[in-house]
Design a protein around this ligand. Structure first.
Ligand SMILES: Nc1ncnc2c1ncn2[C@@H]1O[C@H](COP(=O)(O)OP(=O)(O)OP(=O)(O)O)[C@@H](O)[C@H]1O
Ligand SMILES: [Mg+2]
Length: 165
């Protein structure tokens, strides 16, 4: 049995406590708050270990591309795949350039970025894209995060995180 001999002080918001309590109540053995936090940290660490790489697909407004690109390079992203695409979201392209009386679904030009990152960069990249690409108007885009199983640098045959750095 693990020895619990380290006392760690923790100050949290009431929102955090509520989330912890809601999680505790869903467990069959109703763990204490401390035990709940221990378990959640363990499962977060396990998740990170099992998902060390992610592919981020970001659909953004074309005029935001340059700024997003600069920010990602500064963060240390080693590559980006970019494509001009067309799409629509829940307004079906309408409010973005609505002209006529008829409501037709209209594809709107967007830029799609694909960025493969190791764990250390994931949240920074997501936050950078959001903070730069958001204007607050409908049509700002979407960001999808997928777990990435394997990566290879074709020239060298290097795999996974080595192939990302
Ligand atoms: N569910 C989806 N699946 C795939 N692509 C999507 C989806 N939703 C949006 N997209 C892509 O993202 C682009 C921008 O979507 P948009 O920002 O309009 O999403 P939204 O959900 O309608 O949000 P908002 O209400 O802010 O407009 C679309 O043109 C499309 O390319
Ligand atoms: Mg929309």
């Amino acid at each position: 049995m693990e020895k619990l001999d380290q006392r760690i002080q923790l100050v949290a918001s009431s929102e955090f406590s509520k989330i912890i309590d809601a999680w505790r109540r869903k467990q069959s053995d109703l763990p204490s708050r401390s035990e709940a936090i221990r378990r959640l940290v363990q499962s977060g660490l396990k998740y990170e270990k099992e998902h060390p790489m992610h592919m981020i697909t970001a659909i953004i407004r074309p005029h935001k591309y340059e700024e997003v690109r600069e920010a990602l390079l500064k963060l240390g992203v080693e590559g980006i795949t970019v494509a001009q695409v067309q799409g629509f979201g829940r307004q079906r392209g309408q409010t973005e350039f609505y002209r006529g009386a008829e409501y037709k679904t209209a594809e709107v030009p967007k830029v799609r970025l694909e960025i493969a990152v190791a764990q250390g960069l994931l949240s920074e990249v997501i936050e950078a894209v959001q903070s730069i690409a958001a204007t607050g108007k409908v049509g700002d885009g979407k960001l999808f995060v997928h777990s990435l199983d394997q990566v290879m640098r074709i020239r060298t045959g290097e795999r996974d995180e080595k192939a990302l750095s």
